[in-house]
Design a protein around this ligand. Sequence first.
Ligand SMILES: NC(=O)c1ccc[n+]([C@@H]2O[C@H](COP(=O)([O-])OP(=O)(O)OC[C@H]3O[C@@H](n4cnc5c(N)ncnc54)[C@H](O)[C@@H]3O)[C@@H](O)[C@H]2O)c1
Length: 332
Amino acid sequence: MHDVEHPFHVFSASDVRTALPMDKAVEAMKAAFKELSTGAVTVPLRTHMAISEHDADVLVMSCYSPRLEQVGLKIITLHPHNLDRGLPFIQATVMLVDAERGTPLAVMSGAVLTAIRTGAASGAATDVLARANASRVAIFGSGTQAATQLEGMCTVRPIRSATVFDLDHTRARRFASRMEESLKIEVSVASTAAAALAEADIVCTATTSRMPVFEDADIAPGTHINAIGVYKPHEREIPGATVARARCVVDERSAAWEEAGELILARKEGLISESHVYAELGEILAGLKVGRQSEDEITLFKSVGIANQDLSAAHAVLARGTRLGLGSSVSL
Ligand SMILES: NC(=O)c1ccc[n+]([C@@H]2O[C@H](COP(=O)([O-])OP(=O)(O)OC[C@H]3O[C@@H](n4cnc5c(N)ncnc54)[C@H](O)[C@@H]3O)[C@@H](O)[C@H]2O)c1
């Protein structure tokens, strides 16, 4: 028996950003959600580990895709006190393995990858659920995810303006000027949640809040909502009443009923039953269900994040990154 040396690619955060522009990421997420909802991919439920000493969580997410002939593995850490240390709340690493031979192929920065694929998932959902002429966004939260959420929505709709609401007004102001510069749209800061929602066609919640970030009465008919922030059964960003009156679409049913507090709490309160989840996003993308059905219905996409999103995004980074000569290569 002898070891054969294979090139093993290493991609930094900046390599990932260059290799995976948002339009390509939206395409990759559409393919990922389709294969997820047609049973063409193996995705075990992720492992949650609490580091209670530091009020932090670790998630381990794995996936195998026969279409991509690859296995993906992500370790992601969520440290809420990191903001005070000047460090990101979320840090992650993603690894790819060749499915046929079991050979390790690449490792890459997972924090940027996570932000891009999560924004791209909302882009894919917005594309099939928001009104065709939706042009004004209200965004809750002004952190890492909020930036790529806005970018994802701008990729699929002619967005002209956005209003951001964050409990941290200074952070919101910095976000607004950064986003104006990079997306070339008008971005203003709202002083209340209700003010942020006043003219919104699309609402996105990307916060670390454990309770609803707006009042149900402030959501107008015809609104599409992307809710991405909560992944614990006892927490929610969206009021139960909004969940109950919305056409509800999830990334994956079993993961949503395990982790999405919005759905789990609304069901506990008797506001919805399990059949209230109309579809998985992939069922709509695969043409098995239709997306938005009228101009005035409220649609809600709730995502908790699925491992095959990471695999599809990482696969695209490896393919485009090597073509563009990004990253470095080592022998293990
Ligand atoms: N669905 C997915 O696939 C997915 C992927 C990655 C992260 N997430 C989740 O996205 C959320 C945001 O992550 P991040 O990396 O951007 O975090 P972050 O810490 O960079 O930003 C979160 C922001 O939310 C703000 N906030 C908290 N409560 C608020 C409220 N009630 N109203 C308005 N703003 C409020 C905070 O002040 C902060 O600026 C987290 O909950 C994370 O778990 C989801």
